[in-house]
Design a protein around this ligand. Structure first.
Ligand code: KG4
Ligand code: ZN
Length: 340
């Protein structure tokens, strides 16, 4: 089954062609980051306009690279939730128009389910059930993946996502947006214990997170030092931030997997590219006897392949829609898009 999938939920215009889900024939990502970096964050209106400008060329490039003609496609798919609503609508409307024109099914895909599916692309042997850590710019979730389209949220963030904390702290360290990856690099080799930052725990809720305290503490530390005319050890602070995030997340996700009796754990989302988090997850899973799946960095951030892969499993589950399908800025990963 050949699917062309579009991802446009934030600041990447992406398209991919998948064959029977896991075989990715093309994966084209046009990043708008340079443009949003000028403003220190994603400007939704600009994101929508850029998606509208680029979507046709990106989709055509994905088709050309795959060596597939539109008439050969079996279905169209697009991310329909969650994300910037104007941005989502561009990708979904493109895919719906193509599905109408070709008289082929339209498959709406949940962005977080897509992130999880990046693991199916990277690891052909992987099958549910497993527990997943999804950490991106907008989400920090522990999800029990019971089946390809059957998911339970075990824990989530009460305020900021881990990626948001990384980006905000990176900004006060004068790193360009989005600063997560640069902060990760800056901290490498530095002493993570020089600064002590709060852990993102929520008392009484073992699988929930709160990253706002960590973010505020690091920002205040930097501002206080500046006011006193003191030099801050930027590398040590960056190392302390990655350390605090890993410390907050790793024991919780491993405990959740154990409670559910899962023997496999997957990481997903942009923050899953963090080197400290990856190392600590590996150590904790080795100790707990859990098999860890860490997708390559290229599949951690937003891309079309993860949507094209998940779309196949949504199709098999009967989650097929039509041109009346709407998009949603917020939606739980446990909900089904069709018929909403
Ligand atoms: O999944 P993603 O590409 O987009 C969303 O769906 O949000 O995640 C982007 C987030 C940004 O906050 C970015 O700074 C963060 O992932 N990120 C990292 C690293 N690479 C990307 N955070 C920490 N360490 C990294 N190496
Ligand atoms: Zn994402």
């Amino acid at each position: 089954m050949l699917i062309l999938a579009i991802e446009s939920s934030c600041d990447e215009t992406a398209a991919s062609v998948s064959l029977d889900g896991r075989k990715i024939l093309s994966n084209v990502v046009y990043s708008q980051i340079d443009m949003h970096a000028l403003y220190g964050g994603v400007v939704p209106e600009i994101a929508s306009r850029k998606h509208a400008e680029k979507i046709t060329a990106v989709a055509e490039q994905a088709m050309n690279q795959a060596g597939v003609r539109f008439s050969q496609l079996d279905a169209m798919a697009a991310t329909c939730a969650p994300g910037l609503i104007g941005a989502l609508l561009v990708g979904a409307n493109f895919a719906k128009a193509a599905s109408l024109m070709l008289d082929k099914p339209f498959i709406p895909v949940h962005h977080i389910r897509g992130h999880i599916a990046a693991n199916y692309v990277a690891f052909p042997e992987l099958e549910p059930p497993f527990t997943a850590l999804v950490a991106s710019g907008g989400h920090t979730l522990i999800v029990d993946v019971r089946d390809y389209t059957d998911m339970e949220v075990l824990g989530t963030t009460r305020d900021d996502a881990a990626g948001e904390a990384f980006d905000k702290i990176a900004r006060v360290l004068s790193l360009p947006y989005p600063g997560g990856a640069a902060l990760d690099r800056l901290g490498q080799g530095a002493d993570p214990k020089k600064y002590r930052l709060p852990r993102a725990v929520v008392s009484g809720h073992p699988y929930d997170f709160s990253f706002s305290g960590l973010k505020t503490a690091a920002v205040n530390l930097t501002h206080n030092a500046a006011q006193k005319g003191e030099e801050i050890d930027r590398a040590a602070l960056a190392a302390a931030v990655s350390d605090a995030v890993a410390d907050s997340v790793v024991p919780r996700v491993v405990a959740a997997a154990r409670e559910k009796g899962r023997t496999s754990l997957c990481a997903a989302g942009g923050v899953a590219a963090n080197s400290v988090l990856r190392r600590r997850l590996q150590q904790a899973c080795d100790k707990a006897g859990i098999k860890l799946y860490l997708p390559p960095l290229s599949l951690c951030g937003d891309n079309g392949a993860m949507i094209a892969c998940q779309a196949y499993y949504e199709y098999l589950a009967g989650n097929v829609s039509d041109s009346s399908q709407n998009c949603y800025a917020n939606m739980s990963v446990s909900e089904t898009l069709c018929g909403r």
